[in-house]
Design a protein around this ligand. Structure first.
Ligand code: FAD
Length: 351
């Protein structure tokens, strides 16, 4: 079944809390509905598929139709030591994490409390604390928004014997590529989980949260992750945001050495510039760049740079307009560019 609403207020559909609307809002609860929706000529185009709206900045009213999945189910499709679990795209990702942990299934526990839905999690390749969705996804089931055909995208990362169709990278996938963007509706995702103990504790200080013997259950890991996230990140129910607003830039080694030399000249030889060597260059945390330019905690009108995590722009008063967010974004980009010669790119999708 699907329902449509014209001139729909999207304020409650984006975690930034932007007061925008769309010409039409359609919610469906089965894969076959999508074929009826794309055949319907009365629905204004273009279509945009939304999830929980937690990685979006609506900069204006949307003139087309916003689609939303209410396909919500979780079912074990093959049991054993490595169960395969199919989850509807409209399930809240954290509800799936809670379910898996309560069933004693290892895999998504480090991704606990990331806002958004399962379909978007597969599109975004969400990641946190050393684990990405692409580490546990086996396949992504979709329907084309162009011709209604079904297609399953296999993930080569979890199955060595298939072509890698999902092409998962850092917060990236085939679904975000120019040739595929906006063309597929994810209807469900199949996860490969484990009944064997498999804690992933490589990232940062996560290991120190448990005794020497490590956690006993995925519930323990989930609770620890939730505790850490609540300390650091704004709760979208209390303060609007879209999480990390900028991507961490990758620069050449030569550029990095220049920045390091400049920072040491200004601040002393002991000063370290945080960085990670990655394929293609040196990754520098955008949070460090933004903080170094003095933006951390900066409040301007109704928007602010979150005081605990400068990568996050928040709707401080709940009344922020898209223009206020865009203006602060522009000034952060300009400030970092002037000081470090690095152009930050937004992680948050602008519409
Ligand atoms: C406080 C906060 C903390 C966050 N922390 C993290 C974090 O730790 N790690 C991380 O990776 N992200 C994080 N995020 C970002 C966000 O939670 C993820 O990007 C999430 O996957 C977005 O899910 P959503 O359902 O809200 O998708 P939306 O923001 O609604 O959409 C995201 C993209 O997915 C597409 N999409 C959505 N549903 C479907 C579907 N069914 N079929 C096809 N395309 C679809 C949309 O078109 C859009 O391109 C955070 C956000 C917030 C607000």
């Amino acid at each position: 079944m699907w329902t449509k609403k014209h001139n729909y207020d999207l304020s409650g559909q984006n975690t930034f809390g932007m007061k925008v609307s769309c010409a039409c809002y359609v919610e469906y609860d089965s894969a076959s509905d999508i074929r009826d929706i794309i055949a319907s000529e009365e629905l204004p185009r273009p279509f945009f598929h939304i999830g929980g709206g937690s990685n979006l900045l609506f900069t204006r009213d949307y003139e087309g139709t916003v689609l939303h999945s209410a396909i919500r189910f979780i079912r074990i499709i093959s049991d054993g030591d490595m169960p395969l679990v199919e989850v509807g795209a409209g399930v809240v990702f954290d509800d799936f994490c809670a379910w898996a942990a309560s069933e004693g299934l290892w895999g998504p526990e480090n991704l606990s409390l990331i806002p958004g839905e399962v379909g978007a999690g597969a599109v975004q390749n969400i990641g946190a604390y050393g684990v990405e969705a692409g580490d546990v996804i086996k396949e992504v089931r979709c329907i084309s928004l162009e011709d209604g055909s079904e297609r399953t995208f296999h993930n080569g990362r979890t199955s060595a014997d298939v072509e890698d169709e999902c092409r998962y990278g850092y917060r990236d996938s085939i679904f975000k590529s120019p040739e595929m963007k906006g063309r597929q509706a994810v209807t469900s995702v199949v996860f490969a989980l484990s009944r064997e103990k498999r804690p992933q504790l490589r990232y940062g200080h996560i290991k120190t949260l448990f005794p020497e013997t490590g956690p006993d259950s995925p519930v323990q890991v989930r609770e620890a992750i939730i505790g850490v996230r609540r300390e650091k990140l704004p709760d979208p129910a209390e303060k609007g945001s879209a999480g990390s607003f900028f991507k961490n830039p990758v620069i050449s080694e030569e550029h990095f050495r220049r920045i390091e030399a400049d920072v040491r000249t200004r601040e002393g030889d002991e000063r370290q510039v945080p960085h990670y060597v990655v394929e293609g260059g040196i990754k520098v945390p955008a949070a460090w760049l933004i903080e170094s330019c003095g933006f951390k905690g900066m409040c301007r009108g109704n928007v602010a740079v979150y005081h605990k995590q400068p990568l996050v722009i928040v709707n401080e008063t709940g009344k922020a307009s898209p223009d206020e967010v865009l203006s602060l974004e522009h000034d952060i980009i300009a400030g970092v560019e002037e000081r470090f010669g690095i152009t930050l790119s937004p992680e948050v999708e602008h519409l």
